[in-house]
Design a protein around this ligand. Structure first.
Ligand SMILES: C[S@@+](CC[C@H](N)C(=O)[O-])C[C@H]1O[C@@H](n2cnc3c(N)ncnc32)[C@H](O)[C@@H]1O
Length: 1022
C-alpha cells in the first residue's frame, strides 16, 4: 500500500460535526460506563482509523466517493432563536446526512462495506492495531468495530479494568445467552421491564408475565380476565447486559433490606437527599459557622426555594428555616435580577472569606485550612430534599434524621469486616495538591487526607453494603451453575456500578439547584473541597441512585456487544507504553498520549481504584495481581518508568526535571512504537495540547524516534458556541498527526533545499484545503503535517550558512506557519480571489486580520489565538500588553478560589478536556487609547499598519481633517497599496451600520478624493 487516504484527504467537517454531536449522546456511549478523563469521540477515532487503514484511491472521483461514504455530506439548517429581550437571532446549524460517523449510523450496512474493504486492503486478514495509551478505550473499541485485531495498553489499573469492561467482556460473551436467574423471573417488577424493552405492552405484556405466573398484585383484582391472546411467549434466555441488570437488581434488593432504615420516609415522602454544610468555629465569638456558598435550594423560573438563616438565641450558632415561593424581582435588567437573587440566597462564603452570622468576623482561607488540618471542621445538616406529589420538596431535618446520620458510623466496622482491604483509608495522593505545586487537588489542604474522609459515615456504610453484596454475587452465580467467564464479567460490571455510585455519593457532590438533581464528583478533573454538599439516598429514584447507575452500565454493555460482534478477541495489557513490546508487529498504531501536566490521571482516578480493588479482589488471579498495591503506579525512579505526566512533586518539586522526564519518556514511548510497527505501518498520534511549544517538542521527539510526519488533521471535539467551552475547554480541536517510518537510508538535509521543497509541496495543498472549506486555525493545522514531510524525511536538517548548526522543528514550523497565514491573509485582503499570499504585511496587523476574520470582536478561546500569535512571530502576552490589541475576557477559575468562593449553584455536568483555559478578544479601536499608538519610537520598528488605521480613526473622530491629512502624508499611506487593501478588508469585516464601518468608509472616501495623492491611484491601477 502506498499513500493512505488520511495522507491525502479526510472528511474533516463531517468528523468534527459528528464528534461534537456525540457529546450529547448519553445512553449506551462508553463515556457513561465509567469516568475516564479525555475520552476521544468515537466518530473521530472511527474516521481516523478507516482513513489510515485504507489506501488513497489515487483519483479525485473515487476519493470523493469514499469520503462521502465515510462521512456523508453536510446540510445546513437555519433556525430562528428568541433571545432574552425578545430579539430574534438567526442560527445556522449544520449536520451530516449519511456516512457512518454519526452516533447511531455505526451499525449501518456501509460499515460492513468498510470492514470488508479494510480486510481486502490487508490481503484478507484482520489488520493489527495497537493503542499504547488506551485509557477509556475509544480507539480500540472503534478498531474492534472495524474487525481489527486490537492490542490496548494502559499503565493505570483503573483504565486497564475499564478496557476489559469496554472491549474484552462484551466481545467474549457477544452472541451468548443464558437463562435469567430465578429471582429475576420471579419478580414482577423486573420481568415487566424486561418484556417492555422487548416491545410488549398492554395485554400482550400481561401474556408474557403470566407465562411466568406473574401477576400485578395491585391491579389483578380490578382487571378483567385475559382473553385468549395468541402471543409467542418470549424466552428468558438473556444476553450479558440483562444478566448485569438482573444481578444489579439483586444487589439492590439486598442492600435495601440493610440500608432502608438509615433513609427514613418522613410524612410519607421518601428522601432524595440530605443537604449539608461543613462548619467552622468562629475565631472571634466561637459560634458554629455553617460554610455555605449559597442558600438557594431550588432556583427555577416557577419554583424558588431558599434556606433562611439567622443567629440562634445565645449566638452559639444558627437556626435554619426553609422559605418556599421566594418572589423574583419583577422589574429590572437581567443583571439587576441576578444581583437581587445573589443577595437573597447569599451564603456565608464570599471572595473575601467566611463571614460569621453571629458576630460578622471574617475568616480567611488560611483560617479554614488550619481548622481543617487540626480536625476542627464539622458538618451540619441544613435541609432535606424529599419526593412530594408535585415534585421535589424541601424541609428542615427531623431529629431522627440527625441521629441516623451519626448512627451509621457504628455499623461501619461490621460491614467492612467482610470486605478485603476494609474501609478505604489509603492516603489521597499529595502529588497534585497545591502544597506540592499542582492545582487540581485541594481536599488534603483542609485535612481530608484519606479517601474515606471524602464520604460521610452513612455514605461509607452504603458503599460498604453495596460492595458486600456485589462480592456475594460471585458465590450465588457459582451456586447457580454459571461459568467462570459469566461470573467474572457480571461481577466486573457490578464493580463498575460501585464506582459510579461513589461518584454520586461522596461528600463532594453538590445539589444542582436549577436542575433539582445531584451533581457528581468529577464534574471537572479535580478534587476541590466542597463546603455545602448533598448526600444522595442511593435507594431513591433520583439521578445517581444505584439502580440508575446500573442502568447506564448495562446500556453500554448492550452497545458494546454489538460493536464487538464481528471482531476477534482483544489483547488488553496493563503496562507502560515505554516498555519493549513483544515480537508482534502492528499495521497501525493510533494513540492519544497524555500531555504534560494537563490531567493527573492516576492521582485522580485513585478515587475509583480504592473502591475497585475492594469490589474485585478474589475474582481472578490476574485481577488480584493488578489491585494489590494501595494506589496506582506513579513514577518509579529505579526502573525509570511510570505514568507519563509532568508532575514536579514526583521529582522533589523540580519542575525542569519533571518536564524533561516527561519529554524523554514520550520519546522512549515513540521509539517503542517505531519498533512495534511494520515497515509500511502508520503511526497516528492525537495531540490535544493547545500550546504550539508543547506540540513542537513532541513532534521533535517523533521525528527523532525515526518517523516522517506527513499529515495532520484538526478534528473539532467541543461545541464552539458553548459558554463553558469558551471559558474552560482546552482546545476545540485535537490534531491527529500522521506518521510513517523513515527509511534507514535517509540522509541529512539542508535547510534551503528543505524549505524550497516544502514550499513547492505545500502551495497546492493550501489551495486544496481552502477549496475544501477548511478555515481558521484548522487551516494552519491541516497544512502543518504535509509541510513537515519535507523536513522529517531527513534524520536531521543542517543549516547551510551556519556550519555545525541544525534547523530545529520550531524554526522550520515558523516558516511553514508564516507561509500559511500569509496565504490566509492574502485571501482576506483580496476578498478570496486575487493574489495567493500577501507579503510585507507586519506581524501585528497579520494577527489582527486572522483573529478578526475568524472570531470578529467576540471572545475567542485562547488556543487558536496562541497558534496565530506564534505563527506571526508574536505571543499572546505581547499582543495583550505591549501592543494593547487583545483583552483577556475569561480564564480558568483557579480551583482554590472556586473552593472558597466559587458559585457552583448550578452544577456542571460536562467532562473536561485536557489543558488549561481562558478567552481573549480584540480591543475595539476606540478603546485603544495609548497616546503612542500608530507612532514610531525613535529606535523601534515601524508602527503596525493596524495601529496606523486606528490612529487615523481617532483623528477622524476628533474632526481635524488637517491632522488626518498630515498623518496620511507623514506615513506615506496614500502610496501604500497594503494600506488600501487593509482599509477595504476592515470595512468588510466591520458590522454594517456600525460607527467603525462608517469611519472606515469616510476615511477611505477621503483618501480616494485627495488629489494630492495621485501615486495611490497609480498604485491601485498597477
Ligand atoms: C489522553 S489519555 C487516553 C484517552 C483515550 N484515548 C480515551 O479515548 O479514553 C492518556 C492515557 O495515557 C495513560 N498513560 C500515562 N502514562 C502511561 C504510560 N507510561 N504507559 C501507558 N499509558 C500511560 C493514562 O493512564 C491515560 O489513560
Amino acid at each position: 500500500m502506498d499513500e493512505r487516504l488520511i495522507e491525502v484527504a479526510f472528511p474533516l467537517k463531517q468528523a468534527s460535526l459528528d464528534s461534537v454531536h456525540e457529546k450529547n449522546v448519553r445512553h449506551g456511549h462508553i463515556s457513561t460506563l465509567h469516568i475516564w478523563p479525555a475520552r476521544r469521540p468515537l466518530a473521530a477515532c472511527r474516521a481516523a482509523l478507516i482513513a489510515t487503514l485504507l489506501p488513497d484511491p489515487g483519483n479525485a472521483e473515487e476519493r470523493k466517493e469514499l469520503l462521502e461514504r465515510l462521512g456523508g455530506h453536510v446540510v445546513k439548517h437555519v433556525k430562528l432563536k428568541k433571545l432574552p429581550g425578545g430579539r430574534i437571532e438567526e442560527q445556522i446549524t449544520e449536520e451530516t446526512v449519511g456516512g457512518i460517523l454519526h452516533w447511531g449510523r455505526e451499525s449501518s450496512e456501509d460499515l460492513n462495506w468498510f470492514r470488508e474493504k479494510i480486510r481486502a486492503a490487508y490481503g484478507g486478514r484482520a489488520p493489527k492495531i495497537y493503542d499504547p495509551f488506551a485509557g477509556g478505550g475509544a480507539i480500540p473499541l472503534e478498531a474492534m468495530r472495524l474487525g481489527c485485531k486490537v492490542t490496548a495498553v494502559d499503565i493505570n489499573p483503573v483504565a486497564w479494568f475499564i478496557l476489559k469492561c469496554t472491549l474484552e467482556y462484551p466481545q467474549r460473551l457477544a452472541n451468548q445467552r443464558r437463562p435469567l436467574p430465578a429471582f429475576a423471573c420471579e419478580s414482577y417488577e423486573f420481568m415487566e421491564s424486561y418484556f417492555k424493552t422487548k416491545g410488549f405492552k398492554g395485554a400482550a405484556l400481561r401474556v408474557q408475565l403470566e407465562s411466568l405466573d406473574l401477576n400485578d398484585q395491585k391491579q389483578s383484582s380490578s382487571q378483567p380476565q385475559l382473553p385468549a391472546i395468541q402471543t409467542h411467549v418470549v424466552s428468558v434466555e438473556a444476553d450479558l447486559a440483562w444478566h448485569v441488570r438482573a444481578w444489579g437488581w439483586w444487589v439492590l434488593q439486598q442492600a435495601k433490606a440493610d440500608l432502608s432504615r438509615f433513609y427514613p420516609t418522613v410524612d410519607g415522602k421518601s428522601t432524595v437527599a440530605y443537604l449539608w454544610a461543613r462548619t467552622a468555629t468562629c475565631k472571634n465569638c466561637r459560634a458554629t459557622v455553617p460554610l455555605l456558598k449559597t442558600r438557594w435550594l431550588c432556583k427555577k423560573e416557577n419554583k424558588r426555594v431558599v434556606l433562611t438563616m439567622g443567629p440562634n438565641a445565645d449566638k452559639t450558632g444558627v437556626v435554619f428555616d426553609v422559605q418556599t415561593d421566594v418572589p423574583p424581582l419583577v422589574k429590572g435588567t437581567t443583571a439587576q435580577k441576578r444581583e437581587h437573587d445573589k443577595k437573597l440566597g447569599g451564603g456565608t462564603m464570599s471572595g473575601s472569606g467566611v463571614t460569621c452570622p453571629c458576630c460578622g468576623t471574617i475568616m480567611t482561607r488560611e483560617d479554614l485550612q488550619l481548622a481543617g488540618l487540626q480536625g476542627y471542621l464539622g458538618s451540619i445538616m441544613t435541609a432535606v430534599v424529599v419526593e412530594g406529589k408535585q415534585g421535589k420538596e424541601y424541609r428542615l431535618p427531623v431529629e431522627e434524621e440527625n441521629k441516623l446520620a451519626i448512627a451509621a458510623e457504628n455499623e461501619l466496622s461490621n460491614t467492612f469486616a467482610e470486605i478485603a482491604y476494609g474501609i478505604p483509608e489509603e492516603s489521597i495522593p499529595q502529588g497534585a495538591s497545591r502544597a506540592s505545586g499542582g492545582s487540581s487537588f485541594t481536599v488534603s489542604l483542609y485535612g481530608l487526607t484519606r479517601w474515606s474522609d471524602l464520604f460521610t459515615p452513612r455514605q461509607l456504610l452504603a458503599l460498604g453494603t453495596f460492595l458486600k453484596y456485589t462480592r456475594t454475587v460471585r458465590k450465588s452465580m457459582s451456586e447457580q451453575g454459571y461459568s467462570a467467564k459469566w461470573i467474572e464479567s457480571v461481577s466486573a460490571y457490578l464493580a463498575i456500578g460501585i464506582d459510579k455510585l461513589a461518584d454520586y455519593i461522596a461528600a463532594l457532590c453538590t445539589w444542582h439547584v436549577t436542575g433539582e438533581k445531584m451533581s457528581h464528583v468529577f464534574v471537572r478533573f479535580a478534587l476541590p473541597v466542597n463546603w455545602d454538599y448533598a448526600e444522595l439516598n442511593p435507594l431513591s429514584a433520583s439521578s445517581g441512585n444505584y439502580w440508575a447507575c446500573m442502568d447506564w452500565v448495562s446500556r453500554v454493555v448492550e452497545h458494546n456487544i454489538c460493536a464487538s460482534e464481528k471482531s476477534v478477541e482483544p489483547h488488553i495489557v496493563r503496562r507502560s507504553a515505554i516498555a519493549e513490546h513483544d515480537s508482534d508487529k502492528f499495521d497501525v498504531i493510533l494513540t492519544d498520549p497524555p500531555y504534560y501536566d494537563a490531567i493527573s490521571y492516576s492521582d485522580l482516578m485513585d478515587f475509583f481504584y480504592v473502591w475497585l480493588r475492594r469490589a474485585l479482589y478474589g475474582l481472578s488471579v490476574e485481577i488480584d495481581n493488578e489491585v494489590k498495591l494501595p494506589s496506582s503506579p506513579k513514577w518509579d525512579h529505579k526502573s525509570e518508568d511510570g505514568e507519563l505526566i509532568d508532575e514536579a512533586s514526583r521529582f522533589d518539586g523540580d519542575r525542569q526535571k519533571s518536564k524533561a522526564n516527561y519529554e524523554n519518556g514520550m520519546f522512549r514511548a515513540f521509539q517503542a512504537c517505531h519498533k512495534s510497527l511494520t515497515p509500511d505501518g502508520r503511526l497516528v498520534i492525537v495531540f490535544a495540547h493547545k500550546h504550539p511549544d508543547a506540540w513542537e517538542t513532541l513532534v521533535s521527539a517523533i521525528i527523532r524516534a525515526g518517523f516522517v510526519v506527513d499529515g495532520s488533521w484538526p478534528i473539532q471535539t467541543e461545541m464552539g458556541n458553548r459558554t463553558r467551552a469558551l471559558s474552560s475547554a482546552a482546545l476545540s480541536s485535537s490534531v491527529w498527526l500522521v506518521c510513517k517510518k523513515r527509511p534507514a537510508t535517509a540522509r541529512p538535509g539542508w535547510d534551503n533545499q528543505v524549505l524550497q521543497e516544502m514550499q513547492a509541496k505545500i502551495t497546492q495543498r493550501l489551495h486544496d484545503f481552502w477549496d475544501a472549506g477548511i478555515r481558521g486555525p484548522d487551516f494552519v493545522w491541516a497544512a502543518t503535517g504535509p509541510a513537515l514531510e519535507a523536513y522529517s524525511e531527513h534524520p536531521v536538517v543542517k543549516k547551510s550558512n551556519e556550519p555545525g548548526k541544525v534547523l530545529s522543528v520550531s524554526e522550520f514550523l515558523r516558516h511553514v506557519r508564516r507561509m500559511v497565514v500569509d496565504f490566509v491573509v492574502g485571501r482576506v485582503l483580496s476578498h478570496n480571489g486575487g493574489a495567493d499570499a500577501v507579503s510585507g504585511l507586519d506581524d501585528v496587523t497579520t494577527y489582527y486580520l486572522l483573529h478578526r476574520y475568524d472570531f470578529g470582536m467576540d471572545s475567542a478561546p485562547i488556543g487558536p489565538c496562541i497558534l496565530y500569535a506564534v505563527s506571526c512571530g508574536l505571543s499572546d502576552a505581547a499582543l495583550t500588553s505591549r501592543y494593547d490589541l487583545l483583552a483577556r475576557t475569561g480564564g480558568q477559575t483557579p480551583v482554590e478560589e472556586d473552593a472558597v468562593a466559587g458559585n457552583s449553584e448550578e452544577g456542571e455536568e460536562e467532562e473536561q478536556e485536557e489543558g488549561t483555559s481562558s478567552t481573549v478578544k480584540l480591543k475595539q479601536w476606540n478603546l485603544r487609547k495609548n497616546p503612542s499608538m500608530g507612532y514610531e519610537t525613535l529606535v523601534g520598528p515601524p508602527a503596525p499598519l493596524i495601529d496606523q488605521v486606528h490612529r487615523l480613526m481617532h483623528l477622524w473622530k476628533a474632526g481635524d481633517v488637517t491632522k488626518v491629512d498630515d498623518y496620511l502624508y507623514t506615513k506615506g499611506l496614500g502610496h501604500n497599496a497594503l494600506f488600501h487593501q487593509l482599509l477595504q478588508a476592515l470595512i468588510e469585516l466591520a458590522p454594517a451600520g456600525s460607527e467603525e464601518r462608517a469611519f472606515l468608509e469616510s476615511i477611505s472616501n477621503h483618501v480616494a478624493s485627495r488629489s494630492v495623492m495621485p501615486a495611490y491611484r497609480l498604485g491601485l491601477m498597477e
